[in-house]
Design a protein around this ligand. Structure first.
Ligand code: PAF
Length: 282
């Protein structure tokens, strides 16, 4: 596996691949790789001739009081996992490479509407940071295909909208969430949880499943479903950020006539903010 830490070396490698007529699959990550990330790599390998993964903990998508400094950095383990998957290259840009003029002077990409609700409302500026870094990475890597987890369902929608609106020549692929056997969605932030908290955190998936079943059986009283799920999860020790049933395209509150819904949740277990979602077709 080639380890690339400069934009010049990246351009040379991608140029060689493209001149040889090879398609490039790209998996952007913030590292601390788990099976969810490796599933993205597997998908990229099945779809493309060459696969490149980036690891960059993007300061622009963290709020002032969030976990940028504590975010787990496990680069050697990550590299070993990528080698085992047969990844062709890993790109490790520095903050100075990505933001040469500093974060405050950086040109940014903002996807309106969809970036302002749910995680966008709870984490102001978060999706601006995501859209900006992903568009920069796309410009650097020039991938044919890029792969993102559906666990970050709203992020995936922001990236799809950005790629469409800015006519980016990349196909965006969403890959279903990888879960522990308990149902807990895999996430780098699960590493912040104790074993006991992890066991409790799996209640999120059970609660979403109960909501899904109720909706499939015809319950369209979404407000009541949301409120009873919040009460149930608060009782189990979570602090609520949001539990919502929304239209899967617009992320606006679901209406009784919507056919494709998504139950989206963000809950705190101690200081750890966990997000998850589950789609419902009615
Ligand atoms: O999902 C992530 O890990 C990050 O938000 C991403 C897409 C790599 C951008 O920093």
């Amino acid at each position: 596996m080639k380890v690339i830490d400069s934009t010049a070396a990246l351009r040379e490698l991608i140029g060689d691949w493209k001149r040889s007529g090879l398609s490039v699959g790209f998996v952007p990550t913030m590292g601390n790789l788990h099976d969810g990330h490796l599933k993205l790599v597997k998908r990229a390998k099945a779809h493309n001739d060459k696969v490149i993964v980036s690891i960059f903990v993007n300061p622009m998508q963290f709020g002032k009081n969030e976990d940028l400094d504590a975010y787990p950095r496990t680069i050697e383990q990550d590299k070993a996992k990528l080698v085992a998957e047969g990844t062709d290259a890993v790109f490790l840009p520095s903050v100075a490479d990505m933001y040469p003029a500093g974060l405050d002077a950086q040109t940014f990409v903002e996807v309106p509407g969809i970036s302002d609700v749910l995680c966008g409302a709870s984490r102001p500026g978060h999706f601006r940071g995501v859209a900006t870094v992903v568009s920069k990475l796309f410009n650097m890597v020039q991938p044919d295909d890029a792969f993102f987890g559906e666990k970050d369902f709203q992020q995936l929608a922001v990236i799809r909208t950005m790629a469409r609106d800015l006519s980016m020549a990349v196909t965006i692929h969403g890959v279903p969430t990888e879960r522990e056997t308990s149902g807990l969605a895999m996430s780098s932030r699960n590493g912040y949880l104790s074993e006991e908290e992890k066991a409790t955190a799996s209640e999120i998936y059970q609660a979403m499943q109960r909501m899904k079943l109720a909706i499939e059986k015809g319950n369209k009283n979404f407000d009541e479903l949301e409120a009873s799920t919040v009460a149930d999860l608060e009782e189990k020790g979570f602090r609520n950020d949001y539990v919502k049933v929304v239209n899967a395209s617009t992320f606006m509150p679901a209406s009784a006539t919507d056919a494709h819904l998504v139950i989206v949740v963000a809950l705190f277990m101690g200081k750890t903010r966990l997000i998850d979602n589950i789609q419902v077709h009615v």
